[in-house]
Design a protein around this ligand. Structure first.
Ligand code: GLP
Length: 256
């Protein structure tokens, strides 16, 4: 796992955007895993600027969202279908037909989850998965004690996650109680995991994910088992890392 600690959240956005852009420049038909939430918004803004400048194009790329609420109309502005369309698809110029979000409105959510797994496999798997992390350590919506081998499925959102996401809704009671999320086992199969975190509210989850034991108690800790995981943090998110100086040293002395 490579841990990169940068002075500000804007630096995190730019460094993560560099990684995404360089992949897509090399492989215009790359398959990206895209996260919602606040953490990756700056990456998408950065990339949208580069698309507008003609520096990179996502027209040939595909994307799979990590998760979707269950029981929220697809047209609701906070459904992840809407968020991905508004923040990712449109600004980055993806071909809508190549962007998938789990179907949280399906009558049979189990079937929808299985279909999502099949769609990822049919696309050849995910090349680069962008991840944020919840304050309770979740990735995607894999809440604490999610099986490290889990696949795409329905999960019950933790009260902490519902409280954290209440800022997107008019009334906290409007935050759905369930979701469909890629499983930890699904996420783990992406060829490169890129997790970003900004702010002190993430410092505990980051410390557990990066330096704690690998445990379903802190789902982000599964990154420790991955052969290619990059974690990009601002100073505040990195503030509880015991070995922060070593990570800085390793980045400064990275072989060419
Ligand atoms: C969300 C999403 C995750 C996200 C996490 C952190 O609700 N399902 O994909 O990474 O929780 O959210 P934020 O980036 O808004 O702090």
């Amino acid at each position: 796992m490579e841990i990169v600690i940068l002075p500000s959240a804007a630096d995190v956005d730019a460094a993560a955007a560099d990684i995404v852009a360089s992949l897509v420049l090399k492989r215009p038909d790359a398959v990206l895993g895209v996260a919602t939430g606040s953490s990756p918004q700056g990456i998408y803004r950065q990339l949208a600027g580069r698309v507008a400048d003609g520096a990179v194009s996502f027209a040939g790329a595909s994307a799979f969202a990590l998760d979707e609420y269950v029981g929220l109309d697809v047209g609701h502005p906070e459904s992840y279908h809407s968020v991905i369309a508004r923040e990712v698809c449109g600004p980055l110029g993806f071909d809508q037909a190549r962007v998938r979000v789990p179907d949280g409105s399906a009558a049979d959510t189990r079937k929808a989850a299985a279909a999502y797994e099949t769609a990822i496999a049919d696309a050849g798997g995910i090349d680069l998965q962008i991840l944020g992390i919840g304050t309770n350590g979740h990735i995607g919506f894999n809440e604490p004690t999610s099986s490290l081998a889990s696949r795409t499925r329905v999960k019950t959102l933790a009260p902490q996650t519902r409280a954290d996401n209440a800022r997107f809704f008019a009334d906290p009671a409007d935050v759905p109680t369930h979701c469909i999320t890629q499983g930890l086992g699904t996420i783990f199969e992406a060829r490169h995991l890129l997790l970003v975190a900004q702010g002190a509210s993430k410092s505990d989850a980051i410390a557990h994910a990066v330096e704690g034991p690998v445990s379903s108690r802190w789902p982000g800790s599964i990154l420790q088992l991955h052969p290619h995981a990059t974690v990009i943090l601002d100073e505040a998110a990195a503030s509880r890392l015991e070995l922060a100086d070593y990570y800085r040293y390793a980045v400064a002395n990275k072989p060419a």
